[in-house]
Design a protein around this ligand. Structure first.
Ligand SMILES: [Zn+2]
Length: 350
């Protein structure tokens, strides 16, 4: 009897145990599900996202690389990293080089010529002008002497054209001096000192009219300070693009004699770099302010990659050895076309 009672007592215990096991299973299953559902998005992301982000790359990566190199010629940054580097790069560089317009004078200013015979001489008239305008009514003797009227300059150019003179740059002159390169017949160099505003207003249009060029020596302080009597950087850029040559005439037009090197570097290199910054072409020639200089000035010019300098000394015979003391022919305000013709005839047949 007692055993029967015990048996009945065990039944609820068994039921309790059974229900506990089921509950445990449910909990385990739920936990497993919840763990899986947490993992699923992460798993999906890892597997799906590469396909969605780069749908075309994953199936055929090699084909895509080839396509990129073929079509990416417009984007030069990509080309060097690809396998076909050697073919497109030189071609595009060559095209750019040949298409650049100022091919004629850029190489001249870049390559310093080695002299064949530093003593060989060359006779070329280098005319020196200053103001190219009618002088003001109250002009003093110096200003009158330095001023050639536009009408007179027009006559000078008309004479030069008729006589067959051809203007050349100082760069051409220097290359001819150093390497004995043949120049056009009857070469002549026109130079303008100081960079007055009338160079743009009167000289520039007349030079273009006769298809002539000239070399303009500017000192750069009045340009930097927008002095209305002098050229602006915009005018200089326009004139340079039209084939005019620009040289340095220092920064403040000071007497450069008996100065220390630091002062000379400030005056010479400062103005040189200011011009180069605008024209994009190296400045190779200097004009001594008021024709004053000493050996230190020449040494600084030489070390600063100037190739030569012009003085106010009268003369038309030049040699490579004297390249930093190049003589010129001063044109006075009263010099007519006939007077200019007489000067040039005396040079041609001394
Ligand atoms: Zn001057």
């Amino acid at each position: 009897m007692t055993s029967i009672i015990r048996y009945f007592l065990l039944i609820p215990l068994f039921l309790v145990l059974l229900s506990c096991t089921q509950l445990q299973t449910t909990i385990l299953a739920t936990t497993a599900y919840s763990t899986m559902s947490d993992n699923e998005p992460t798993l999906d992301k890892n597997q799906v996202s590469p396909v969605h982000d780069r749908p075309d790359e994953s199936p055929t990566p090699k084909v895509f690389t080839v396509r990129n190199t073929a079509t990416s010629t417009k984007r030069p940054t990509y080309t060097p990293t690809a396998s076909a580097t050697s073919i497109p790069t030189p071609t595009s560089t060559l095209v750019v080089a040949t298409a650049t317009p100022p091919v004629t004078f850029t190489p001249l200013s870049m390559i310093e010529p080695t002299p064949i015979d530093p003593n060989s001489s060359l006779t070329i008239p280098i005319l020196m002008y200053h103001y190219l305008s009618d002088p003001p009514a109250n002009a003093d003797a110096i200003r009158l002497d330095l001023s050639v009227s536009p009408a007179m300059f027009n006559q000078h150019l008309a004479y030069l054209k008729e006589a067959g003179y051809q203007t050349i740059s100082l760069q051409q002159f220097h290359h001819a001096l150093a390497q004995q390169i043949e120049l056009p017949p009857k070469p002549i160099i026109l130079t303008f000192d100081d960079g007055y505003r009338d160079a743009y207003q009167y000289a520039f249009p007349l030079l273009k009219k006769y298809d002539y060029t000239a070399t303009f020596f500017v000192f750069t302080q009045p340009i930097d300070t927008y002095n209305v009597d002098f050229l602006t950087w915009e005018m200089i850029i326009e004139m340079h693009q039209a084939g005019m040559e620009f040289g340095s005439h220092s920064y403040t037009h000071s007497d450069l004699r008996n100065r220390d090197v630091a002062y000379l570097v400030y005056q010479l290199v400062g103005s040189k770099e200011a011009i180069e910054e605008r024209t994009g072409e190296p400045v190779r020639f200097f004009c001594y302010p008021s024709g004053r200089y000493d050996q230190t000035v020449i040494d600084v010019l030489d070390s600063a990659h100037f190739w030569g300098a012009v003085t106010t000394q009268w003369g038309s015979g030049h040699s490579f050895n004297d390249r930093f003391e190049t003589s010129r022919i001063r044109i006075h305000g009263t010099d007519s076309a006939e007077r200019l013709a007489a000067i040039l005839r005396s040079i041609d047949s001394p």
